[in-house]
Design a binder for this molecule. Sequence first.
Ligand code: FAD
Ligand code: MLT
Ligand code: ZN
Length: 460
Amino acid sequence: MTLEAALRSAVGSQHVLLDADLRASHETDWTGRFTGTSRAVVRPGSTAQVAEVLAACHEAAVPVVVQGGNTGLVGGAVPAPGPACSAPVLLVTTRLTELGPVSAAARQVTAGAGVTLAALTAHARSAGLDFGVDLAARDSATVGGMVATNAGGIRVIRHGSMRDQVAGVEAALVDGRVLSRLQGLAKDSTGYDIGHLLAGSEGTLAVITRLRLRLVAAERERAVAFASAPSTADAVALLASLRAKLPGLSAAELSLPAGLALTAAHLGVGVPLQGSGGAYVLVEVAGQADPLDDLLAALEGCEQVVDATVASSPADRARLWALREGHTEAINAAGVPVKLDVSVPADRLAELADGLPGVVSAVRPDAEVVVFGHLAEANLHVNVLRAADAAEEVSDAVLTLVASLGGSISSEHGVGRAKARWLGLSRSPAEIDLMRSIKAAFDPLGLLNPGVLLPDGDCV
Ligand code: FAD
Ligand code: MLT
Ligand code: ZN
């Protein structure tokens, strides 16, 4: 039997896409920067079908690239370009949409890997609870992809990253065996935590098929403010001050003038602040009682605030959030960016923000640098426009600066194909050796997402 026949037998002909037109949207990433060709796009509808697809590919020694919502920003969910490798099968998880009942006692729910963040959040809210992670790609990003990248987003200060939400994992191994640990035990000390190992593994170890996820208490009331400060250093000082005064702080997001202007123009709106700041901070506070007065009082006492506006209705809150969340689309509308997601110790954030334009212009004088991010985690999204043909040099300059400040080359998007070459800037040789040993234990033939995360792993 050919591999194609085995795939059809596993998932049904209608879910094996061989036609180039049908495969196309799966073969290019969200930014348009990463693209490659697959042998077939396969859409299994159950764990058993995922396992069968993997077993068939394993038998044929054909690589498999795993894709969820394809909103990843480091090229990890699409095939590599070029003829060097045999074209992989692209395994898409978006039909794994089963959502179990919410357990109010455990505050947990079981979700298929292909459930979108928006669907999960709505499900949790309908049971009077909430999900702790949120990000702008919520309508398409899947919980499987979010665990695989250890996604962060806008509420990490409150509830942590995606890894922190994982109470259990079901996953299919490369040869078709299935690991299942979905009981969601609150206590379990029986050795290595394989589920947590898959968080941040970017599809290189196994295909996550279902997740047992933690839920959080729903916070009924929210208040949002948008404030300007003279500089990034002042924004960092403002965060310290707000953290001390506002125990309900649930988001602190950073915009800089270039990105804010680009986003406001893209949305066709004005910036609701007087004068011009060197940095802008969106602050959200959440709680059971209306936190608006607390937020106003906290801002009034902050010497770093030049001007501030506070949202008094859900529509106003959404308008302020749009100015922050709209950055990604505004940047993409301006061109294909070289996107780098990095973090540094909080005390070095201003140094990083101030140093970025210089290191980029040294390698690409006419490039435009648009920076924004998650202030609370000292996580900057560095987007370089008009530099697509100098992606390697620009990435090298930015990531070298980040490493010199003691930072991470990937704060929340993962390493993917985009940054595999630079993994050694954030991980020691001993760590990379161990990561390779773990990869070899899960995937001895190197069939799962070759070239993603670990350097030099392109071909089998
Ligand atoms: P994909 O893009 O399909 O895949 C991402 C990686 O996970 C790939 O390596 C893939 O192989 C692997 N993978 C996917 N599913 C599985 C699975 N079931 N098993 C094993 N491996 C799998 N990210 C943040 O962290 N914070 C943000 O604030 C944020 N905001 C964003 C805003 C926008 C507008 C966009 C477009 C993206 C944003 N992202 C953000 C990036 C992206 O949404 C996240 O990386 C998300 O986790 C990707 O989920 P996905 O389902 O789209 O995964
Ligand atoms: C965000 O915080 O909006 C994202 O992670 C997306 C991006 O970096 O563009
Ligand atoms: Zn982000």
